[in-house]
Design a protein around this ligand. Structure first.
Ligand SMILES: Cc1cc2nc3c(=O)[nH]c(=O)nc-3n(C[C@H](O)[C@H](O)[C@H](O)COP(=O)(O)OP(=O)(O)OC[C@H]3O[C@@H](n4cnc5c(N)ncnc54)[C@H](O)[C@@H]3O)c2cc1C
Ligand code: SF4
Ligand code: SF4
Length: 401
């Protein structure tokens, strides 16, 4: 069964992605739970994974990891964003009776791109949740109805800002067990803004069924008639978007790879397949449950990211300063669009590049838009990622204990 409860209106907040906490019985819990106030990753990582992420090796980029894989679910599931590993992990937990319910998003019945929070209790119904939606919806407001329905052991599928709040409140929620399946997340925006983006990409935006920013530097679009179109990143109409297209929250987000999930399911280091970060024993238990349904390989890594990251930071400084993004001449865009998938960073190096870009973006946009928040909101792991590019705390920005 799939239940889609309705919730009270959200309490007004500053930086907020409506993760659902402000709609719960005690909206003041946001003060403790919110990623955008004073996050404490080391304490929560220690509680969840048994250790805080060290500033060395790939833990520096992706957080605590017990194992990392290129991965694919076989066969890939219809309607999934990639192969459907995320929803299959939860489906398998329901099948074997380890959980009573999954808290996740299904498409809004009137708009396939709008996420709608849902409690799913039948394994077969997990197919409804497959695929990516753009926008925000109050996932964690499902916790109270799930508890009221008598569910004791649950799985939650969430993006990083939702998972941070879940972990901050976990001990007080009263569930026996929570399995946390996370996806990376970046550049989210409102569903309304996303529709206007689609309208810039095609004359028939209502026929788009799928969109993904792939690790081969292309955006893939699929259409209702089964056709597919690939657009090189450099040819996207990004510089034509209004300055507030991406909300401040998602330009200043501090956790790309969902560091507090038990298992993160993404694609960035997958080179065309999916990318798994197993972070702790519970994540390993979920992966083991899939047995031979999942193929696993060691992620590759090629190329050098520094030039791409520096170029991105220069452009972000212009954009964060309110200046228009430098536009490449059209002929050069064509050449660069051809070259990037061939010589640009690949595999883990691509994922490291994206994580460093996001850290730099966070600092530059917060400096311009919410400078007073930097000292409490930017964790050490973000400063450490930006440091090699000369982005260091300025006066008044040092993290306060
Ligand atoms: C806004 C956004 C940006 C992302 N950016 C990246 C990125 O930069 N790099 C990367 O590696 N991965 C990113 N992801 C994750 C990626 O798109 C895939 O979801 C992930 O790789 C899992 O694929 P899958 O086939 O296993 O998922 P599926 O089995 O198809 O399941 C997808 C799951 O995601 C949930 N979901 C979909 N949309 C939302 C939403 N808006 N909010 C909360 N939950 C949602 C669904 O309910 C479902 O449970 C992003 C996801 C979102 C929602
Ligand atoms: S994102 Fe969640 S925790 Fe943060 S202010 Fe909004 S509702 Fe509260
Ligand atoms: S980019 Fe960050 S803040 Fe925005 S929705 Fe994704 S996890 Fe939340």
């Amino acid at each position: 069964m799939t239940t889609t409860p309705t919730f009270r209106d959200p309490a007004p907040r500053g930086l907020c992605t409506d993760c659902g906490v402000s709609r719960m019985q005690d909206p003041s819990a946001c003060g403790k739970a919110c990623q955008f106030i004073k996050p404490d990753y080391p304490t929560l990582e220690t509680r969840v994974h048994g250790q805080a992420a060290k500033d060395i090796g790939d833990a520096r980029f992706f957080g605590v990891s017990h194992a990392m894989y290129r991965a694919a679910l076989t066969p890939a599931r219809a309607g999934a964003q990639w192969t459907g590993l995320t929803t299959r992990l939860a489906e398998q937990l329901l099948e074997c009776g380890k959980i009573d319910a999954v808290l996740t998003m299904v498409p809004d019945p009137s708009d396939r791109w709008r996420p709608q929070p849902a409690i799913i209790t039948n394994a077969a119904d997990m197919s409804e949740a497959r695929g990516m939606r753009m926008g925000y919806a109050p996932l964690l407001a499902l916790l109270e109805p799930a508890a009221a329905a008598g569910h004791k052991r649950i799985a939650v599928i969430g993006i990083p800002c939702q998972v941070y709040a879940l972990r901050a409140l976990e001990a007080s929620l009263g569930f026996e067990r929570i399995y946390v399946i996370g996806t990376p997340c970046s550049d989210n925006t409102t569903t309304e803004n996303f529709h206007s983006f689609l309208a810039r990409l095609t004359d028939a935006p209502e026929t788009v069924t799928y969109l993904e920013f792939r690790a081969d530097y292309h955006v893939e679009l699929r259409f209702t008639d089964g056709s597919q179109r690939l657009i090189p990143f450099l040819k996207l109409p990004l510089s034509d978007l209004p300055a507030d297209f991406f909300p401040v929250t998602c330009r200043t987000c501090i956790d790309y790879t969902n560091r507090l999930a038990d298992i993160t399911v993404g694609y960035m280091a997958g080179e065309g397949e999916q990318w798994l970060i197993v972070r702790n024993a519970r994540g390993q238990e979920m992966l083991d449950g899939l047995g031979t349904e999942v193929s696993l390989a060691t992620p590759g890594s090629r190329g050098k990211r520094a030039g791409a990251v520096k170029g991105f930071i220069e452009n972000t400084k212009l954009a964060a300063g309110g200046l228009p993004l430098r536009r490449m001449p059209h002929w050069l865009r064509g050449i660069m669009a051809w070259l990037m998938p061939r010589v640009g960073p690949r595999g883990l190096e691509f994922a490291r590049a994206r994580v460093e870009m996001k850290a730099a973006e966070t600092i530059l946009h917060l400096r311009r838009e919410e400078p007073a928040k930097i000292k409490n909101m930017v964790p050490d792991h973000v400063w450490n990622l930006a440091k090699p590019y000369g982005l260091l705390p300025e006066d008044g920005e040092e993290t306060k204990d």
